[in-house]
Write a protein that binds this ligand. Sequence first.
Ligand SMILES: O=C(O)[C@H]1O[C@H](OP(=O)(O)OP(=O)(O)OC[C@H]2O[C@@H](n3ccc(=O)[nH]c3=O)[C@H](O)[C@@H]2O)[C@H](O)[C@@H](O)[C@@H]1O
Length: 270
Amino acid sequence: MISFYSIFFLFTDVTEPLLIEVDKIYHLACPASPIFYKHNPVKTIKTNVIGTLNMLGLAKRVGARILLTSTSEVYGDPLEHPQTESYWGNVNPIGVRSCYDEGKRVAETLMFDYHRQHGIEIRIARIFNTYGPRMNIDDGRVVSNFIAQALRGEPLTVQAPGTQTRSFCYVSDMVDGLIRLMEGENTGPINIGNPGEFTMVELAETVKELINPEVVIKMVDNTPDDPRQRKPDITKAKELLGWEPKIKLRDGLPLMEEDFRLRLGVPKKK
Ligand SMILES: O=C(O)[C@H]1O[C@H](OP(=O)(O)OP(=O)(O)OC[C@H]2O[C@@H](n3ccc(=O)[nH]c3=O)[C@H](O)[C@@H]2O)[C@H](O)[C@@H](O)[C@@H]1O
């Protein structure tokens, strides 16, 4: 069960010490959209390092179990495909994404150091790209961008070359995986993601077909260090958590569309 206090965490600045009593900590903090984390890289790495130290300090003080939501970004621009948890990654330590990628890698290190040195009960999930209703419309990540653009009748902005791939997991599948990891007996790290892999051109074409066949697809410049491929190997999640995703991209996109239509005030044409 997620306790009231665990939920309370979501609204707290983890870079400040927190003096409360809890039995389980879901440490989800840190903006995940590249646009937002690059906007304030110092705050991003502080959240990952100081925030994780504070949450581990709290876990140690009250004897709580702590789950860290790490990320597929720890694999960087992966040279192994699909990515298994044993792959150490290919990460630029001084690039514009490093505040997030290296921040999450340090967070994983801190989790294991507290586990080995202080016996803290830890769980680490490596999350692969997640999408779903209630995402910030201007979040800047690709699925929310394409759906908002399709509904506004604007061009879908595919960042060059468009052959880069991602694997998209629907939010309810992700939440189910995180709860199973927290309640189970394995520390992880465990990949939680949907192995269905798409190029960004394929994603744009799917959004166009499902949501607005009139829109055009436009190629725009990319940003530095964009990973060229990403697909989780979820063997561990299947075997250790009895988990695998249920919702395919084609079924999840319309659920997100429905929510975005309501919030943008764009009803579906009869
Ligand atoms: O959604 C997530 O869960 C992940 O989002 C980001 O990683 P990234 O995969 O780069 O997320 P996006 O910004 O959505 O980019 C995905 C791909 O779409 C492309 N893209 C993005 C935005 C856009 O308008 N058009 C477009 O083609 C990007 O170039 C990239 O290749 C975070 O860094 C991850 O940690 C996080 O787990």
